[in-house]
Design a protein around this ligand. Sequence first.
Ligand SMILES: [Zn+2]
Length: 394
Amino acid sequence: MLDIRDRGHGPNTYPPSKGVPQMPEFSFNNAVVSYAAQILGNKIKGEEAQSATALDVPLVTRTNRYNAAFRAAKDAIGSSHHANWNDNPSVRGFGVFYWHNNPKSKRLAEMYLAEYKREFPDLPIWGTGLFASMPGSWTNFHMTRVPNYPAVLVEWGFMSSPQDLRLLMSDDYRRRCGKVAAKVTCAWYGIPFVEGGKVVPIKPAQTIQPVVDKAPPAVGQEVVHLPPAASSWRLYPTNKAPVKGNEMAFLNPAKFGGLSYTIIARPQANVVTIQTSQFGKGNIFVGPGTGATFSSNQTSPAKPLPKKRFVKLPARSGGVNNTSWALYHLNKPPRRSPASNIKLELNPHKFGGLEYEVLGNHSDFVNVVKIKSAQAGEGWIYVGKETGAKFETR
Ligand SMILES: [Zn+2]
């Protein structure tokens, strides 16, 4: 028995993509996988190629590892967990994908759908809830196509729907999604599932700092630092009690290598008011054990500038002038047919080569990255080795 559990993306995928301002998709995926793992414990071993803290692991690396694990444990099953997105905010609901001609994957997908309906009889299902991944279509996902083990890709709801987003951000929903996943795994292996008592709230990995007892400096002169080990830190409205459930957003120190804010008020013990650029003013809990540290404004450590990745499209490759390098629409598959997938033909040859900042990797297509063209805005480009595209981090 082996439960292959995939967190979908790494913690560094929002920004630029994979999330909405209120919630990086990873925070949801991570919570579901962690809850499922917690419930299953040692009863059923797990395999996780994308950890809760490591930078995004390329899909190929992940499936190589999962397929190797499957060679060793021939009865392994796998699931990749996601939150969905649609341009239309009224699209809602749960859906699960399986590779179209793999009956075991289909069976696993059906079990997910049935268990989801049992747990959430009142919540909407997206379409029929079951999607066969087909080659040459938008459903051709790496995580359903490449696995040799029975595999599903689960979309637990739409970040683009305000109602779904509220669910996706709630600890209760995340916990119950983890329970659904654990129940399906138990059912697959014919192991009785014992309800209740096993799931405890997940705290982000935190470093415990010694508490230095000193008189608090004057307001506005002190800076609070949230450590990079924490991937989710509740931000509360200033007019509500800073308790779980009242949060208006989650800060993600991990994504930025830690976050620092000037303290603008101390409304109560271990709670400070800060001004965030994304969510405005709010309160955060910074008690002992959270890993928050303090310094005076004057000595606040400079944050290192995050490195950026760039891709260079050569003027010529393989003896051919690169006069048309397709820039694909963000919401369409990165392939030349139909032609309406293409937003613009970039012309590296005309400019002696072109360079763009890499804004993200496509989650479903290998060697496809997001860039922003000055002329046409954001889109996908294909940068497989044979194209001669070169990457640089600086
Ligand atoms: Zn995803």
